[in-house]
Write a protein that binds this ligand. Sequence first.
Ligand SMILES: Nc1ncnc2c1ncn2[C@@H]1O[C@H](COP(=O)(O)OP(=O)(O)OP(=O)(O)O)[C@@H](O)[C@H]1O
Ligand SMILES: [Mg+2]
Length: 225
Amino acid sequence: MLRIINITKSFPQRGIVLNNLSLNVNEGDSVSVSGPSGSGKTTLLNIIGLLDSPDKGEIIFRNNKILEYDAEQSASYRNKNIGFIFQDHLLLPYLTVKENVLLPLMASKLSEAEYTEKANDAFKMMEKTGISDLSEKYPFTISGGEAQRVALVRALVNRPSLLLADEPTGSLDRKNAENLGNILTEMNREFGITIILATHSASLAGKMSIKMKFSEGTLILDDNP
Ligand SMILES: Nc1ncnc2c1ncn2[C@@H]1O[C@H](COP(=O)(O)OP(=O)(O)OP(=O)(O)O)[C@@H](O)[C@H]1O
Ligand SMILES: [Mg+2]
């Protein structure tokens, strides 16, 4: 699905962060990326999501050279294929939970039938993740764990094939972190969503089928996360 080939990325003040990094991800894989703070996890996810670009290297997503995309193609790649979740949920405070979840559908040009289908899917996912009862609430009236589940459903509402999760349990307590980790593995198993997840949590990394860690700017298998 995704082939990352010899990616190098440096920042002016920092020097080389990603050093000739390569990674293959197959459809349906779940991949954890670990490594100390500053090792390049977020940088890598940003590059895969085309939010940042490498100095050199190649990325092939389903036979397409995505680094050659212009702004419009990049936006369409993200909208069609990629779901993002971050450490902070970034829900819009003036929209209800339900409105937040359905927001990405507004940005896609959908027929009424497609909209209804995806909205119904979203309601099913809300059901599954235990946030249905929160539909009409505003983000500041729900807990952090609940908000993160809302953010997850929002990330999945366009049925992306690839979910990029950057420290998604970083601001959750253990119980909520455990719960979100289980939901992620369920989404991977049931809907076949491919996951690439950056985390400091060994227990979250352990739930993924392929465990990688940063070593000198590149990724190696992590046998003992
Ligand atoms: N836009 C930027 N400009 C300059 N330096 C940057 C930029 N983004 C990241 N860096 C540097 O690149 C390095 C890697 O950062 P990155 O955010 O990818 O690390 P990380 O592994 O995600 O860390 P953490 O676990 O703390 O989230 C860091 O040294 C960071 O300071
Ligand atoms: Mg980071």
